[in-house]
Design a protein around this ligand. Sequence first.
Ligand code: SF4
Length: 346
Amino acid sequence: MKAETKTPLLGMNLTQLREVAADCGLPGFAAGQIARWIYGRHASDIAAMTDLSKRGRALLAARYTVGRTAPKAESRSADGTVKYLFDGAGGRDVEAVYIPDRDRATLCVSSQAGCKMGCTFCMTGRQGFHGQLTAAQIVNQILSIPESDSLTNIVFMGMGEPLDNADAVLAAIAVLTEPWGLAWSPKRITVSTVGHLPALHRLLGQTKVHVALSVHTPFADERAGLMPVERAWPVARVVEELRKHDFAHQRRLSVEYTMWAGVNDDMRHADALARLLRGTSARANLIRFHAIPDSTLRPASQAAMEAFRDRLNERGVTATIRASRGEDIEAACGMLAGKNKSEKRP
Ligand code: SF4
């Protein structure tokens, strides 16, 4: 059997690994052993699973592979941020961004190659949709970077809309949080979404991870122009839904708000955003925009961002201006393009 036809073990839960064990004639407890090897000990090869019988390893290796692949390339920023390139889908690569910050080390992972959502301010959205990443590909980004062991936080804020690939993202979250997986606290994980309402219900019901909602403007007509998703799932409806959940204790709700000069950076927007978020305990992250080619959008000034932050704080919404990281390697918010190395950057 050719190596490329083998099924990756990475991303599988214990039930799936039991089926794998049965498929290979291994005892049921081998599922726990395999999980310990791939998630606990970060094994990248079935040959390393020495507590399985030699025959068991051979049977397993005939049909399956661990599914670990090292990054194809990396770019290092002057500020310590590192952007890693991985194989994606549909012939497109994807990027994961490692962001060290004092005692935190965050990895921003991708969930899709490209994106269907078409947000006008985003380089990923511009390239269109090329395919879903598998749970194995998502988990691989986390386990296969050199800094894997030192990671403190995972944010699903890379390429793609995570909730448009909910099956794989929920499977990856299970790997991260379940005792048979990496056993992380869900408080170390944040899923960012434009407000994909049906999958948001699943995320809220099945996990306790933090949620970051991309709002960018509180006004429906403006938002529809920037983010076509507004027409399918209006942000007001999404916030109404979020209001029903407890974000004060177990999990946190944040709102992502990229700021553009003359578009969404005045007090009218700040007041409307505060009204939209009333009763939610959401915090607002104000994000500096990084100009992208062929766009009329320009970054808001520092003074406008500070005034906006102060107004939100006065209105009872905790707001901070998020530090921009990795701009020099095109790793900042909205800049991920994941182009193949053979393609020319604009
Ligand atoms: S901002 Fe997010 S949802 Fe919108 S196009 Fe970019 S990757 Fe997709």
